[in-house]
Design a protein around this ligand. Sequence first.
Ligand SMILES: Cc1ncc(COP(=O)(O)O)c(C=O)c1O
Length: 481
Amino acid sequence: MGDLLKNAYNPETFRRQGHALIDLLADYLDSSLNRREDKVIQWEDPETAEKRWEERLFAQNADPVALFRQVVDESIKLHHPRYMGHQVSPAAPVAALAGALNDLLNNGMGVYEMGIPGTAMERAVLKSVARKMGFGSAADGVLTSGGSLANLTALLTARSVSARRQVWSEGNNRQLALLVSEEAHYCVDRAVRIMGWGEAGIIKVPSDEAFRMRTELLEPLYEEAIAQGKEVIAVVGSACSTSTGSFDDLEAIGRFAAKYGLWFHVDGAHGAANIYSSKYRHLVKGLELADSVVMDFHKMLLTPTITTALVFKDGRHSFRTFAQKAVYLLNQEGDEDWYNLAKRTFETTKTMLSLRAFSLLQTYGEAIFDEYVTTVNELTASFADWLETRTGWQLAVRPACNILCFRIAPPNLNALEANALNEAIRQELLEEGKFYIVKTNLRGLTFLRVTLTNPFTQIGDLEALVSVLEKKAGLWSQETS
Ligand SMILES: Cc1ncc(COP(=O)(O)O)c(C=O)c1O
């Protein structure tokens, strides 16, 4: 062996670099949380960034901490209170430390021996989440890599359990379908197509003025699909939708699913976290009626990306996802093999996702999730209250949780001109980098969108945001008139 490998694994070098990295990250936390840094994002166009990183790739550098510093400097800063963009929470430091531990240990997790603590922690986390969701002791599930994959996994299970034909072993010869709100995250649509059901396999249920599924249309749409010869096997509730944070009526969907014997899946990637909030838990009333639920820890529960819980009301169903035979029928206990996790997840080798959630729960208890979810939801409601008192602003809908869509709509502009205005001021804001918000299109109108994921954001930050946007809108109007 040459020196390179010996150097790369030198424990003392690791100790030195590790301490330097922790110092760097602690400084990053301090300057972001306390607004010493005024930029949330260092915007640059993709080609410039690509060119620089390509040049850096083989510029020999014996000090990886310099590289780590560059990454920190050039990355979007989720810990900055003026980060208000996509649905990813600022990672809690203890959960980030858990991530570093996981990376060095590199336990593979697929089979029990390759991750004994990780496997046991996963079971403990899942059981506690299932209890909190209101499920009984039969519930179980897995952690997996993101809401998109978890939704696909849940729907594969629904197919295995509910479709008349054993699609896993025999292939599909029928038009399978599910019902889901038109406002659902696109990954549900994608999952349907991955399963080979095509466009006809997704029956989109229109939404109401608050972007919630119109549940009174479920029966007629179901009847129509059956009349067309489709085999409808599932209905998916959104808790909540991505764009506007709207919560479907899970109780009504649950009743409908029970009446027709359909699998009831809830995409709670964002909003299922409300189970932890004593004030906002009502948003997910009816969750316990679901056969399966997805909840992202990295969106609303402070863990690093990406950490998702997929919970089944009847844990035995999770053994059906990637196997047609009902293994549990042979074994009434059903879970003797629960500890070989790869049997139930798409991943074979999997990172130790459980440690991130476990470390938070053990250190702070569920109370930290209550405090977090409640804080960001309340702040969003206060922001909406305040914005409604200002002239020239429109809300898409009153916020149910921590997502708010709003737009500036001066009376002298028509809808298309107002769309162009909102697009332009959001782009300027992005390039300036002092706030980070996103945009979305709702029924033909461009809205600015915030997801308040940083619990250190204050109403003053939001007032400052609006004031900057108003100035930009004024200038834009002058320039384009
Ligand atoms: C409702 C909903 N479901 C699923 C997803 C996809 O989750 P992930 O990004 O963890 O794959 C998102 C992401 O925005 C979402 O909002």
